[in-house]
Design a protein around this ligand. Structure first.
Ligand SMILES: Cc1ncc(COP(=O)(O)O)c(C=O)c1O
Length: 366
C-alpha cells in the first residue's frame, strides 16, 4: 500500500488535489456532515445542491474578482466541448473567419474541431518551430473582422504559457485556461469568454467552468440545440440537466481551500512562481544533462517539459523517479521526454524532492 502523502504527484491531468480536499471528498462519499447522506446520492434539485452551486460560484467570483456582468457556468463535456460550443454559438453561419493562435497540441486540436463549422484563420502557427515558443505580438496577423479570437493560455503538452493577454484586436476574445485557471490572478474583464475544465487546478474531471460576458451571450446564434446554447445554461443556472454533483462538490472544496488555507490567488501565484523557478533553475544548472523544451521567456509555470541530453537514459530516469515516489512524470505521448506538472496542489517540498532527484541522477550517470 502506498501512503498518498509520501507520493509526489506530477501528473499532467487529472492532477494532484490538496490532501485536505481529498479528506473532505472521501468523508462526503460516505456521508455529508450536513445531511448524513452520501454526496453521490444527493439530488441536484435539492436545496443543499443549490447552495453548493451558489457557494462554488461565489468562491470563483471572489478568487478571480469576476465582474457582475459575467456569468459563471458549470458545464460538462470538458475543454473539447468548449472548442465546439464557441464556434457553434459565435461563428457558425456568419460568413466570417474565426482567428486562432496555434501554439501547441491543444490549440491545434481546437482548430481541427472547429473547421467543420467555420472558416478558420491562423493568426500565428508554431508547428514548424516544434511548438517551442509563443508568438510576439508583432508576429500575429489578424483577419479584418474575425468573428472572434481564440487562444490557449497555457499549452499543457509543450509547457508554454502566455504572460500577457494575447490577441488584443477588436473582436470577442475567447481563452482556454484549462491548465492554469486559479494558478494566478486573471483580469477577467480583458476577455469575453474564459473556460477551464476542472482536472488540473479546480477538481476532478467532469465539470468545466465557463466565465462569459453577458453582452457576448446576447449575440449567440439562434436555432442551436438547447444543451449546446450558453443561454440555456445561464437561464437554468447550471442545472438544465443533471450536473456532475460530486465534481462540483470537490471544486467547491478546492476553491474553499484556495480562499481559506492558501489565502487567495496572489499567494497561490507566489508559491507557483517559487516552485517553477526552482525546477527551471535546477535544469539550467544541469544543462549538460537536461534539455528544457520551451524557450526561456515562454516557459510554463504549470507544465515543465524537458528531455535528457542522452535520451537512452530516459526509461531508467522514469523508473528511478517512480521508485522514489515521484509520479506522473512521463511526457505527453505526442512529445515524449519528461513533463513535471506543478499544479496548485503540488507543494514546494514536492518540487524540492524532484530537484534533488534531478541532481542525484545527473551525478550518478555523469
Ligand atoms: C489546455 C487544454 N485544453 C483542452 C483540453 C481538452 O480537455 P478535455 O479532455 O477536458 O476535453 C486539455 C486536455 O488536457 C488541455 O490541457
Amino acid at each position: 500500500m502506498h501512503t498518498p502523502q509520501a507520493i509526489s504527484n506530477f501528473s499532467g491531468g487529472p492532477g494532484a488535489l490538496a490532501p485536505i480536499v481529498l479528506q473532505k471528498a472521501s468523508q462526503a462519499l460516505l456521508a455529508l456532515p450536513e445531511t448524513g447522506i452520501s454526496v453521490l446520492g444527493m439530488s441536484h434539485r435539492s436545496d443543499w445542491f443549490r447552495q453548493l452551486l451558489d457557494q462554488a460560484e461565489n468562491n470563483i467570483r471572489t478568487l478571480l474578482d469576476v465582474p457582475s456582468h459575467y456569468h459563471v457556468l458549470f458545464l460538462q463535456g470538458g475543454g473539447s466541448l468548449q472548442f465546439n460550443m464557441i464556434a457553434m454559438n459565435f461563428a457558425r453561419g456568419q460568413g466570417t473567419r474565426a482567428d486562432y493562435l496555434q501554439t501547441g497540441y491543444w490549440s491545434a486540436k481546437a482548430v481541427d474541431a472547429v473547421r467543420a463549422q467555420t472558416q478558420v484563420h491562423l493568426a500565428w502557427n508554431g508547428a514548424n518551430s516544434g511548438y517551442a515558443r509563443l508568438p510576439k505580438s508583432e508576429e500575429m496577423s489578424w483577419s479584418a473582422r474575425p468573428s472572434y479570437v481564440h487562444y490557449v493560455d497555457n499549452e499543457t503538452v509543450e509547457g508554454l504559457e502566455f504572460n500577457r493577454v494575447a490577441g488584443l484586436v477588436d473582436a470577442p476574445l475567447m481563452c482556454d485556461m484549462s491548465s492554469n485557471l486559479m494558478s494566478r490572478p486573471v483580469d477577467v474583464s480583458a476577455y469575453d469568454l474564459i473556460y477551464a475544465h476542472a482536472q488540473k487546478n479546480l477538481g476532478p474531471a467532469g465539470v468545466t467552468v465557463v466565465i462569459v460576458k453577458d453582452d457576448l451571450v446576447q449575440t449567440a446564434n439562434a436555432g442551436l440545440p438547447a444543451v449546446l446554447d450558453y443561454r440555456t445554461h445561464i437561464k437554468a443556472r447550471s442545472i438544465y440537466n443533471t450536473p456532475p454533483v460530486f465534481a462540483i462538490y470537490v471544486l467547491k472544496e478546492v476553491t474553499q481551500w484556495l480562499l481559506d488555507d492558501v489565502g487567495g490567488l496572489e499567494k497561490m501565484a507566489a508559491i507557483n512562481q517559487q516552485k517553477s523557478q526552482l525546477l527551471y533553475r535546477t535544469l539550467d544548472e544541469l544543462s549538460d544533462f537536461y534539455k528544457p523544451h520551451a524557450q526561456r521567456e515562454d516557459r510554463s509555470r504549470m507544465n515543465c517539459t524537458f528531455d535528457l541530453v542522452n535520451q537512452k537514459l530516459l526509461k531508467q530516469w522514469l523508473t528511478q523517479a517512480q521508485d522514489q515516489q515521484l509520479w506522473g512524470l512521463e511526457g505527453h505521448r505526442s512529445l515524449g521526454g519528461i513533463r513535471a506538472s506543478l499544479y496548485n496542489a503540488v507543494s514546494l517540498q514536492d518540487v524540492q524532492k524532484l530537484s534533488q532527484f534531478l541532481k542525484n541522477f545527473a551525478q550518478e550517470n555523469a
